[in-house]
Design a protein around this ligand. Structure first.
Ligand SMILES: Cc1cc2nc3c(=O)[nH]c(=O)nc-3n(C[C@H](O)[C@H](O)[C@H](O)COP(=O)(O)OP(=O)(O)OC[C@H]3O[C@@H](n4cnc5c(N)ncnc54)[C@H](O)[C@@H]3O)c2cc1C
Length: 431
């Protein structure tokens, strides 16, 4: 029986603990008071709602199986996720080929080229061969400037900000492959009715029932070694002895916990970006045409609006309309991270007013602003060669998270669950 400390109580850490706690002595250490990491929720009135918008896809095999094992399948809803594109001061629905044909900035030739690009991505078997060319170069070569300027460039900018120009075609191809997997009526997205909080709670309970221990509100500070192998973890308060560590924290955090010269790879070679995301509880719907996800090309400090209650019924949320305002940033100096929450909210509300003249601030009953400086890898060219291993060169040290192969070329809940399983499998396989 191994004595295992898992650093991080997000989905990767919890999935690994879920797999290992039957047979091993497992302790999960989470720095926050709440478990769940990126899929943490706010507790509002008598419901839970994710801090960051979440849904999953029919191709998310491991996540669906985990949901089933935990007895939550009955709560899963598959709903058409309606999307739109805000351009030239107006929102356009983009769910059917006909609607895409009517998108004004694109000529018929552009639409044809976009269609051909999507078809090409479907034929790609191994996206890693697209890792050394930027998404921009590949789109320009494959579909031309019209498609790039009017369709993909605003999406890349809103997703990666100033890093958009270095994002690899592998990321884009992988993403388009998933997102274009829809029937004529549009894709169906999965959601656990009452929130992913149920998944986090069910996982936690299952780990504890199997004898696993969970410590929250205490961060890991240093991974300890003795004679070249893992011997423990020093925490902010106290320490734990162990022979195995699975770290699920961002690579930069890992680099601060262990002497970099001990590793035969460079965790700092992977750059993470941050997320700034407001959640508004409103008395009225904003996107009254029923759009769930709106991508935006406009001079506003956010890249997408996601109206959760155009996806799940408002009756699940006491009749409130829930709207996410989503934005990513590249460094801690960005106003989205550096300014106070009130200042960021002021910018966001002004942006909403410029897009929707009928929007009335008094319809906002409450708001929360969630922001984290390290929320996802930037999939730059050459990223595939920087993916971190599940099993490291240090005896007893394993890794799983958004930086793992399972989360390439797009991070997801499914990828993190799979990464947790892979690291757990590597622990079990080792003598
Ligand atoms: C804005 C946003 C939207 C998303 N939307 C979707 C979506 O719609 N569908 C989808 O499938 N996926 C989505 N994702 C991705 C998904 O949420 C992640 O891939 C997944 O939840 C990551 O899990 P993880 O365990 O790998 O990492 P994390 O959730 O980051 O977990 C790492 C944990 O480690 C903890 N930690 C950090 N440092 C320490 C320390 N020193 N000591 C102890 N603990 C520490 C953190 O607090 C955190 O809980 C989204 C992500 C973001 C940011």
């Amino acid at each position: 029986m191994s004595k295992i400390v898992i650093i991080g109580g997000g989905l990767a850490g919890l999935a690994a603990a879920y797999r290992l706690s039957d047979e091993h002595d497992v302790t999960v250490v989470e720095k926050d008071d709440e478990l769940g990491g990126m899929v943490q929720s706010y507790h509002v009135a008598d419901y839970h709602i994710e801090k960051y918008y979440h849904h999953f896809f029919s191709s998310d095999t491991e996540l669906k199986e985990l949901i089933a094992e935990l007895g939550l399948s009955g709560r899963v809803q598959w709903v058409k996720g309606t999307t739109g594109y805000y351009w030239g001061g107006k929102a356009y629905p983009m769910n059917t080929p006909m609607e895409i044909l009517k998108f004004p900035p694109m000529s018929l030739l552009d639409i044809f080229r976009l269609g051909m690009l999507v078809l090409r991505t479907k034929l790609v078997k191994d996206v890693s061969s697209y890792d050394n060319i930027t998404a921009g170069e590949w789109i320009l070569k494959t579909a031309g400037r019209g498609v790039f300027n009017n369709f993909f460039q605003p999406l890349l900018n809103s997703k990666f900000g100033s890093s958009a120009a270095v994002v690899s075609a592998a990321w884009l191809v992988g993403r388009v492959k998933i997102r274009s997997n829809r029937g004529a009526e549009g894709e169906r997205l999965g959601y656990i009715r009452d929130g992913f909080q149920l998944l986090v709670t069910a996982l936690t309970e299952s780990i504890q029932q199997k004898g696993g221990r969970i410590i929250t509100g205490n961060s890991a500070e240093q991974i300890l070694q003795d004679g070249g192998r893992i011997s423990g973890v020093r925490l902010n308060a106290g320490s734990l002895s162990c022979d195995t560590v699975i770290s699920t924290v961002p690579p930069m955090t890992l680099a601060s916990m262990i002497a970099p010269e001990a590793l035969d790879f460079d965790p700092t070679a992977i750059h993470y970006q941050g997320t700034c995301c407001a959640l508004l509880g409103m008395s009225k719907s904003l996107m009254t045409d029923g759009t769930y996800w709106l991508n935006i090309k406009a001079d506003v400090p956010f890249g997408a609006l996601i109206e959760h209650t155009n996806f799940m019924p408002t009756s699940d949320y006491g009749g409130e309309h829930l709207l996410y305002i989503a934005s990513y940033f590249q460094d801690r100096e960005d106003p989205l991270y550096a300014q106070s929450k009130d200042e960021v909210m002021k910018m966001f509300l002004e942006g909403l007013e410029s897009m929707y003249p009928d929007f009335d601030r008094s319809d906002v009953q409450w708001w929360e602003l969630g922001r984290d400086a390290q929320t996802a890898p930037v999939y730059e060219t050459g990223y595939a060669s920087r993916i971190l291993p599940y099993k490291t060169n240090i005896d007893g040290l394993y890794l799983a998270g958004m930086f793992s192969e399972a989360n390439y070329p797009e991070r997801s809940m499914n990828g993190s669950v799979r990464a947790g399983y892979e690291a757990a499998g590597a622990v079990v396989r080792d003598p």
